[in-house]
Design a binder for this molecule. Structure first.
Ligand code: SDX
Length: 432
């Protein structure tokens, strides 16, 4: 039994408080501050820079070393030795599947990949030029109306079915959002195809001719899905957990996660990186953009750089950079100007004192847009791609939270800095 403690001594004479210090399996110990509330003391940590919101066994990040693991397996091992559905199984159930377990899981995901035919009409309520993230959020939330039994979130079997339905249907929703934007007919999922292959087929096939998915590109995309699957308690995962803690249906929780991911400081960064690289256009313009990023009076930030936790290379960025080489090579696009700008921008930034001092390194979003673009995916679809992959982590974290014996609704406190209590003033007396 861990008996480490820390003592809070108060200069105003109130009695000191002893708090337990809990070790983590890997990484920092935590001070368990739950007893403070009963002593009338709150803590303030806007942005949760040092506050653990939960206990989780799913992912672990070592920001100083630039390491990421899922259920103890390194992201490099998973990216190069597993496939995305194996990683989905690992995130949800805690172990890599046996051949039999994987076969049953893959069949279940395939079986649930079609959308209810009425959902066609949900898409048609949107303008054709609606951002695909708005379509994804709307349609995913609307699926709650088609699966009302998912509301019984405290039944493990119901949770499992909802998780499978979401993993299976979100790729179809994502691809159909793209088709809806393009004004092309929806392409149905094919049970004969792999997960990434099926997605690329739904994205690019038309009823007019057979569409063969390049297996090298499908494997590259499957790997990129793995790299985006889960990442501890990031903003969108924390959104899913907070929504899930109220007992909300999982379709609403995942739609909330998608909404949170959409922000340009989070999952929207990949689209912003490509826009930034296109704006730079040529390596000769890099010094100007670096200057803007360092100018404290300018809100511009170098998109795809920096991270709340990684103060070293984001390990996912390294794998995506290698995958970008693979894909551009396969497509004979090695001299892709944007990739050259990206690599030169990375080189220059990593030598710049500002980025070194603030420990700003490329993150997962820096190279992903280049790969997505090479795969024929438009920038507006980059964040939907991130949301598709992160659905695995969201459902796993949601299920982990709901499987805890005592679930507590998330209800942060605050430090009140508003006016003291005051008398009401009738409107004819105001301003006098
Ligand atoms: C993702 O949380 C996750 O795990 C997220 C994610 C996941 O998988 O879920 O990893 C996915 O969201 C990756 C991040 C994608 N976002 C971007 O690439 C947008 C650009 N990056 C920044 O906006 C920023 O780095 C954040 C938002 C990612 C992190 O911000 P923090 O942790 O709040 O850090 P900060 O804003 O306090 O920055 C510390 C300093 C500041 O300068 P000072 O005020 O100390 O002088 O570094 C500066 C910042 O101005 N800084 C940057 C910068 N990022 C931070 N300056 C220029 N360009 C940048 N990109």
């Amino acid at each position: 039994m861990n008996n480490k403690t820390v003592t809070l001594n108060f200069s105003d004479g109130r009695p000191s408080i002893e708090l337990p210090v809990l070790d983590s399996t890997m990484g920092n110990p935590v001070i368990d501050i739950r007893a403070l509330a009963s002593q009338g003391i709150y803590t303030l940590d806007a942005g949760f820079t040092a506050t653990a919101s939960c206990e989780s066994g799913i992912s672990f990040i070592d920001g100083d070393q630039g390491l990421l693991s899922h259920r103890g397996y390194s992201i490099e091992d998973l990216a190069y030795k597993a496939d995305f559905l194996e990683v989905c199984y690992l995130l949800i159930y805690g172990e890599l599947p046996t051949l039999e377990q994987k076969s049953v899981f893959v069949d279940s995901i395939r079986h649930h990949s079609m959308l209810h035919d009425q959902i066609n009409n949900v898409f048609r309520g949107f303008r054709r030029d609606a951002h695909p993230m708005a379509l994804m959020i709307g349609v995913t939330g609307a699926m709650a109306a088609f699966y009302p039994e998912a509301q019984d979130v405290f039944d493990p079997k119901i949770r499992d079915l909802a998780a499978h339905r979401l993993l299976a249907k979100v790729p179809t929703v994502t691809a159909w959002a793209h088709k809806y934007n393009k004004g092309e007919p929806f392409v149905y999922p094919q049970h004969s195809m792999g997960y990434a292959e099926n997605f690329l087929h739904m994205m690019h096939a038309t009823p007019c001719e057979k569409y063969e998915v390049n297996p090298v590109l499908a494997r590259a995309l499957d790997r990129i899905f793995i790299l985006h699957a889960d990442h501890e308690q990031n903003a969108s995962t924390s959104t899913v957990r907070l929504a899930g803690s109220t007992g909300a249906t999982p379709f609403a929780c995942i739609a909330a996660g998608m909404a949170s991911l959409w922000g340009p400081l989070h999952g929207g960064a990949n689209e912003a990186v490509l826009k930034m690289l296109e704006e730079i256009g040529d390596v000769s313009n890099i010094p100007e953009i670096i200057k803007r990023a360092k100018d404290k009076t300018n809100p511009f930030r170098l998109m795809g750089f920096g991270h709340r936790i990684y103060k070293n290379f984001d390990p996912r960025a390294k794998v995506i950079r290698e995958t970008a080489h693979e894909v551009l090579n396969e497509l004979d696009m090695n001299d892709d100007p944007l990739f050259r700008v990206a690599m030169e921008l990375e080189r220059i930034a990593l030598e710049d004192e500002y980025f070194i001092e603030k420990k700003l390194y490329p993150n997962v979003d820096f190279y992903s847009g280049i790969v997505f673009r090479a795969l024929g995916i438009p920038p507006s679809m980059f964040t939907p791609m991130f949301a598709l992959a992160r659905t695995a982590g969201w459902v796993a974290q949601w299920a982990e939270m709901l499987s805890e014996p005592t679930i507590k609704i998330g209800r942060p406190r605050q430090r009140y800095i508003g006016p003291q209590l005051r008398e009401f003033v009738p409107i004819d007396k105001r301003g006098s």
